[in-house]
Design a protein around this ligand. Sequence first.
Ligand code: MN
Ligand code: MN
Length: 294
Amino acid sequence: MSHIHTHMMKTFNFSGYDKEFREATYVILGVPLDDTSTYRPGSRFGPSAIREASQNLESYSLRTKRDVEDLKVFDAGDLIINGTVEENLDRLQLVVGEILAAGKVPISLGGEHTITYGCVRPLKDAAVLSFDAHLDMRDEYLGRRLSHATFMRRIAESIGSERIMEIGIRAICNEEIEFAEKEKAEYITTLEVMKDDRRRLIKRIHDFLSKFNKFYLTIDVDILDPSYAPAVGNPVPEGLSPTILLDLIQSACDHNLIGFDVVEVSPHYDYGVTALQAAHIIFNVLAFTNKNKT
Ligand code: MN
Ligand code: MN
């Protein structure tokens, strides 16, 4: 029995995509987990809000001059949440592992950022590129070693810090800076993104990704300024615009992307705009990668 069959529950589909698993190039899965949220819980409602937003956006990408409606995308529904965070991440790892083993690209809809730990564990030899206002690299936060504020430390311990680059950082503590610098995890602050020479910045991203033959992309929607994306678990002022974010992601997608997630939409804190940002990011990443060249 497949892990998708056992551990997923059907929902309505992302956009109009209606392919079956076997013919799909991309597999969407919702992960409605927000057990470790510390400020504004509710990202368990993220997957359905992002799916709803996706049905009300055009699938044509002006950045690539491509319509992504013909891409082969299967929506596997939502992971069944049951038990501890660790148990849920274990099942998520089985599902994502099955998708990767079938040569397909998993696209996970959060849920809190902790889910990325489950998505990344099946990967071997991949880099992890993260867009986030936070490093999420504390050793422990409010009594938990596994949470939205610590999971990147756990990833660093399991795949090696030198495989991690985090972009758009602007909310950070001493402990995280010390860890990232000592362990050589690369990070680029929001101020560097806004003020440094853009070509130099893109070269830094290319230089990092060129060291690996594939990469996993994680987008915490709090990377965006709260004026663009107010409904997130931990909003931080002075964020990026969607245009700059998509420019950077488009450059990164010159490299071999094998999976990605969009997390931390906590939709009850606005009237739908943050979920629209998340769906728009997903449509664009589909266009940037365009794996089945339809
Ligand atoms: Mn995060
Ligand atoms: Mn964040």
